[in-house]
Design a protein around this ligand. Structure first.
Ligand code: M6R
Length: 592
C-alpha cells in the first residue's frame, strides 16, 4: 500500500536517493507522493499528486541534504491532493512525519488538539501524529515525544519522523512493516517499508518488530521496546535477494516477468523442508477444526484447499476470508488450527484473523512469500513459498506456489507426501514446456479477438470453481473488463440470463470426473449464443477457442490459472492499461 523510504548518512544526495527509493516502491500502488529533506536552510518539503514516473531528482531543484524521508500515499483519510500527501508538518513546522497504516483514535486526539489551539491543513490521520509529537516536545526531548505519542496511537502503523533541530531519524512500528538497511559507509542507514527499495545499496538489514522504535543518528543506532519501556539489541541479517529478481530485466512489465517465472517458482515451492510439511500435517490431524484464511487471490487459493482436502485426505477444512473470520470466532478454540495464505504477509484482514485465533489460543500456520513479514513472525509454523519478490499488483507466481504447497500438504495428510511431490514435479516440468513464446502468441490472438467485450464469464466445477473466481479477479484487476466466475452448475439458477450473442465464457474443463458435467454446461451456454473458450487438456466440439493445458490430475487448478493470467495481461496491454499498477489497487492491503 503506502511506501516509506528514508536516508541518513554521509552522502549529501539524500533527496535524490529517497526519490529513487520511492520509485522502487511504486509497485505497491499509490496516488500521490512527497519528500522532506533537512537542509542548511531548514526542512524542505516537496509533494506531488500522481506518479513519480520519469521525474528526475534534478528536475525538482532540491537542495543538498544528508537526511531525507519520503512517502508514496494510497489515500485512506481524505482525498487525493497535495494537502493530504505526506510528509506532514506539525503546527510549529519543527517536526515532519510520514506514516503507513491507520491511526484509529485520531479523531479523538485531533479534537483535543484543536481545543488547545492546533490548526490542521489536511484531512489525514497522519498530520495529527505530527501535532501530537509537537505537544509532547514542549516538555520532553524529541525522542521521548515520539515514544509518548506511539503509546497513544491505536491501530496498525509505521511512522518515520524528523525534527528541524536534530540530525536524526526516529521510526516506530506497530503492525506495519519497517526495515532498516545498514549502508556500506559508517553510520549510513536506510529505512523502508519494503526491502527492494534499498536493495541496490545494501543487503544488510535489521527488521523492526511490533512495538519497537529506533533512533538513527550519525553516531548511533538505538532500539527500544516502547511497550516494555526498555532498550533492546537487534541483529543485522544478511539477505540473499538479488537485485535482478526485484527488477524487470528485459520484460516490459513485472506481471509478465512473474508469469514466466512460474517455470522455476513452482519447483522452488516444492522443495520445501519435508519435515515442516509433515509437522503441519500432524497439526492438521490433531486439530478439532481447521480454517484456511486469506484475502483476494490468496482467499481463492484457500478455497481450492478446501476442495483438495475434501478430495485427497478427506478432511473437512473451513474457508474464511480474513475479514470474515470474526463471524466464526465462537468456533475457534485452542484446538483450532488456522492456516493463513498470503503473498505479502502484511494483509490487515488476515492479520486480524490471526489476532482472533491467538487470543483463543489456536495454533497458526502461514503459507507466505515474504518470510520477514508480520504474518510469518506471528505464526507458529511458516511454510515459505519461496517465489521471490512479486511486484505486480496482480498476484501470479505466488498463487501457483501457494496452490502447490496446499496440494503437497493435502497429500502429506493422506500419508503420501512423495506422491504429492511427484505430481507437482511433473506439473512443474509441464509448465516449463507450456510457457513459451508460441503459447503467449496463441493467447494474444484470443486477446485481440475479445479485447472490446463488455463482460466475460468463467465457469468451473470442484477445485476449479475457485479458479473461476480467481480468473475473474485477474481479468477485472488488470483488463478492467467486467468478469465474473461461477460454479458451472449455478448458471442455470440465474446467471445464464446474462449470456447473449458472443459473450465469452471461459470453461475450465480438466480431464476429471466432472468433465462431462462442465461440457454440458458449456453446451447450454453455447445454445444461448455464448462464445466458449475451453481451457482443457483435450479439445471438444463445443469450444470455439481451445487453450491447451497439460493433463495433471489434482494439479489442474495450477495449470488452468496460468493461461488466464497471460490473457489478463495481454488484454491489459491491448487496452492500454498499466498491468503492474492497476487503478485503485495496492500490492499489499494494510488497511481493514
Ligand atoms: O499479500 P496477500 O496475498 O495477503 O494479498 C491478498 C490480496 O490482497 C491479493 O491477493 C489481491 O487480491 C491481489 N491483487 C490479487 O491479484
Amino acid at each position: 500500500m503506502c511506501g516509506i523510504f528514508a536516508y541518513l548518512g554521509p552522502k549529501n544526495t539524500a533527496s535524490e536517493m529517497v526519490i529513487e527509493g520511492l520509485k522502487r516502491l511504486e509497485y505497491r500502488g499509490y496516488d500521490s507522493w512527497g519528500i522532506a529533506s533537512k537542509t542548511e536552510q531548514g526542512i524542505e518539503i516537496h509533494k506531488e499528486v500522481g506518479k513519480i514516473g520519469e521525474i528526475k531528482p534534478t528536475d525538482l531543484n532540491l537542495s543538498s541534504s544528508n537526511l531525507a524521508i519520503g512517502h508514496s500515499r494510497w489515500a485512506t483519510h481524505g482525498g487525493v491532493n497535495k494537502r493530504n500527501a505526506h510528509p506532514h508538518f506539525s503546527e510549529n513546522k519543527e517536526i515532519v512525519l510520514v506514516h503507513n497504516g491507520i491511526f484509529e483514535n485520531y479523531l479523538e486526539i485531533k479534537n483535543h488538539l484543536k481545543k488547545i489551539g492546533h490548526n490542521f491543513v489536511s484531512e489525514t490521520d497522519t498530520e495529527v501524529i505530527a501535532h501530537l509529537i509537537e505537544e509532547y516536545s514542549k516538555v520532553h526531548t524529541f525522542e521521548e515525544s515520539v515514544h509518548l505519542a506511539t503509546k497513544e496511537i491505536e491501530g496498525r502503523y509505521a511512522i518515520v519522523v524528523i525534527s528541524k533541530e536534530e540530525n536524526k531519524i526516529i521510526a516506530a512500528r506497530k503492525g506495519s512493516p519497517l526495515i532498516i538497511g545498514v549502508g556500506n559507509d559508517p553510520n549510513e542507514y536506510y529505512i523502508a517499508s519494503d526491502i527492494p527499495a534499498f536493495l541496490p545499496y545494501t543487503k544488510k538489514v535489521i527488521y523492526l518488530d511490533d512495538n519497537q522504535m529506533v533512533t538513527l543518528t550519525n553516531e548511533e543506532l538505538k532500539f527500544i521496546d516502547f511497550e516494555k519501556e526498555q532498550e533492546i539489541e537487534k541483529r543485522i541479517i544478511e539477505i540473499d535477494w538479488d537485485i535482478e529478481s526485484a527488477e524487470k530485466g528485459a520484460f516490459p512489465h513485472f506481471m509478465i516477468k512473474e508469469i514466466m517465472e512460474q517455470k522455476d517458482t513452482l519447483s522452488r515451492a516444492i522443495n520445501q523442508e519435508q519435515d515442516d510439511i509433515k509437522k503441519v500435517a500432524k497439526e492438521i490431524e490433531k486439530a478439532e477444526r481447521i480454517y484456511l484464511v486469506g484475502c483476494g487471490t490468496a482467499g481463492k487459493v484457500c478455497m481450492v484447499g478446501e476442495y483438495l482436502f475434501a478430495k485427497i485426505p478427506k478432511i473437512k477444512v473451513n474457508f474464511a476470508f480474513g475479514s470474515e473470520l470474526q463471524n466464526f470466532k465462537e468456533f475457534i478454540t485452542k484446538k483450532t488450527l488456522l492456516i493463513c495464505v498470503s503473498q505479502s504477509g502484511e494483509t490487515a484482514d488476515t492479520l486480524e484473523a490471526i489476532e482472533i485465533a491467538k487470543e483463543k489460543g489456536a495454533k497458526v500456520v502461514s503459507i507466505v512469500n515474504v518470510e520477514s513479514s508480520t504474518m510469518a513472525r506471528a505464526s507458529d509454523i511458516v511454510l515459505p513459498i519461496k517465489a521471490g519478490p512479486e511486484k505486480a499488483v496482480a498476484s501470479t507466481k505466488a498463487t501457483t506456489s501457494q496452490l502447490a504447497i496446499l496440494t503437497m500438504l493435502a497429500h502429506a495428510c493422506n500419508g503420501g507426501i512423495q506422491n504429492g511431490k511427484q505430481l507437482l514435479i511433473n506439473t512443474a516440468s509441464q509448465i516449463n514446456d507450456m510457457l513459451n513464446p508460441r503459447y503467449e502468441e496463441y493467447i494474444h490472438n484470443l486477446a485481440e479477438e475479445i479485447k472490446d467485450v463488455e463482460s466475460m464469464y468463467i465457469i468451473g466445477r470442484g477445485s476449479n470453481y475457485p479458479i473461476a473466481l480467481e480468473a475473474a479477479i485477474k481479468l477485472q484487476e488488470v483488463s478492467y473488463i467486467h468478469a465474473e466466475g461461477f460454479a458451472a452448475g449455478e448458471l442455470k439458477h440465474g446467471p445464464i440470463a446474462l449470456i447473449s450473442e458472443n459473450t465469452p465464457v471461459i470453461t475450465l474443463a480438466p480431464n476429471d470426473e466432472l468433465r462431462k458435467e462442465i461440457i454440458s454446461n458449456a453446451t447450454e451456454i453455447k445454445a444461448r449464443g455464448g462464445y466458449i473458450i475451453g481451457i482443457s487438456p483435450t479439445n471438444h466440439e463445443v469450444f470455439d477457442f481451445w487453450i491447451r493445458v497439460p493433463d495433471v490430475g489434482h494439479s489442474s487448478p495450477i495449470v488452468n490459472i496460468i493461461p488466464i493470467q497471460i490473457l489478463a495481461y495481454q488484454l491489459a496491454v491491448l487496452r492500454k492499461n498499466n498491468p503492474d499498477m492497476p487503478r485503485n489497487l495496492a500490492k499489499s492491503v494494510t488497511v481493514k
